[in-house]
Write a protein of this length. Structure first.
Length: 390
């Protein structure tokens, strides 16, 4: 079967000064992915201008002593990454994964360790499953991943013990991408130390966390969303009814990815999640031919996306119109007050707020940036807003 796709899109390299400015902007206080993108749009895509504007926006929000992420702090993070053999990629880089365009509030930057960047632009399959995998589950992972990797498919997983680790091992020679919850230089779990080194030598390790960051419980759902976004489909081999693997599969479904699952014995708790996914409409997988059949209609998608004539990642991100730089005035303050009057502790969709105000997305977006920086409004997953509790 022909599962190969085109090389990554061509785009001009990012000057190192711009990369540093982007990192400083993202690491500044109360600047998350959404605020980062709004600030860039308001500054015409210039990260230096966005940095210059940020203290003034913070002062308007009542933060008189707002401090940007310093140049030294950002340089230290870059140096730590380089010492670990990693590099920072961001939206607009030719190496930016095309699948990130479908992920709401995707991280604007990723640390990448290893030579396997080209694997991101080949047809790919995420394989996830139980950490305490059964012997049959591991055998199934070896068989499916080994044959699919030999056909040129990139295998994506989360570098956990069990099914994840087995999936990576089968694709070491052909191409595997490990998405981790901590820094790309942090080994977790410890028993995967050798496998981590092998992937760093021949594949790719990705993370949105700085190098040296130890994984925390709150990081794993974010990792799972990236695992779901990168490939064309997600295959689950053994998963409990309440597990990270099932969350990854459901994230994939929300992103429009195909969800595949290997059925298991009804009395085995490790099969309960897979059986549930199949009942909900996931494709039942018995052998490698079933995977090939499911993936064949998708095999052109990655190539078409990657060939999008060097389209910059910032353009692929959530749409937001470019905004001219504005001067503070009482009108902006009035918009902020109206937003606060509309919001309460219960989340409300940002689109609904814009409709209720009867204003342009540009006016509301500028006010929201100030309110977020001031800590008065909290942005929640799914494009929802809520007023922070006093």
């Amino acid at each position: 079967m022909d599962l190969f796709s085109s090389p990554p899109p061509l785009a001009p390299p990012t000057p190192e000064g711009d990369r540093l400015a982007r990192l400083r902007l993202l690491r500044s206080r109360r600047v998350g992915p959404k605020t980062y993108r709004r600030l860039l749009h308001q500054s015409g895509g210039d990260p230096h201008a966005a940095l210059d504007a940020l203290p003034g926006i913070a002062r308007k929000a009542g933060m008189e002593e707002y401090r940007l992420c310093s140049r030294g702090e950002a340089e230290a993070e870059l140096e730590a990454g380089h010492a670990a053999g990693a590099r920072l990629i961001h939206e607009g880089d030719p190496d930016w994964p095309t699948g990130m365009a479908d992920l709401a509030e995707a991280p604007p930057m990723l640390w990448a360790r290893g030579p396997g960047i080209p694997s991101l632009f080949r047809p790919s399959l995420a394989v996830v499953g139980a950490r305490n995998a059964s012997s049959l589950g591991l055998r199934m992972a070896r068989k499916l991943c080994g044959e699919l990797a030999a056909e040129g498919l990139t295998i994506v997983s989360g570098l956990a013990r069990g099914i994840d680790a087995e999936a990576h091992r089968c694709a070491l020679r052909t191409g595997t991408v490990a998405v981790v919850a901590g820094g790309v230089d942090v080994v977790y779990p410890k028993e995967n130390a050798e496998l981590t080194d092998q992937i760093a030598a021949s594949g790719l390790i990705l993370s949105e966390m700085p190098c040296g960051m130890r994984p925390q419980a709150r990081h794993f759902p974010r990792r799972n969303r990236l695992v779901a976004a990168l490939p064309e489909a997600v295959l689950v081999i053994e998963a409990a009814a309440r597990s990270g693997s099932l969350i990854t599969a459901r994230n994939a479904g929300e992103l429009g990815r195909d969800v595949l699952a290997v059925p298991g014995h009804p009395l085995d708790g490790r099969a309960e999640g897979c059986n549930l996914l199949i009942r909900e409409g996931a494709t039942l997988i018995r052998r490698v031919e079933d995977v090939v059949e499911a993936l064949t209609p998708l095999s052109g998608r990655a190539g078409e996306t990657a060939r999008d004539e060097g389209m910059a990642g910032a353009d692929r991100a959530e749409p937001a119109p470019p905004v001219a730089r504005q001067t503070p005035d009482s009108g902006e303050a009035a918009v902020r007050e109206r937003i606060l009057a509309l919001l309460g502790p219960s989340p409300v969709a940002e689109d609904q707020v814009i409709r209720d105000l009867g204003l342009s997305a540009r006016q509301v977006g500028a006010a929201l940036v100030a309110l977020e920086l001031g800590g008065e409004v909290e942005r929640l997953p799914g494009g929802l807003l809520a007023r922070r509790k006093a």
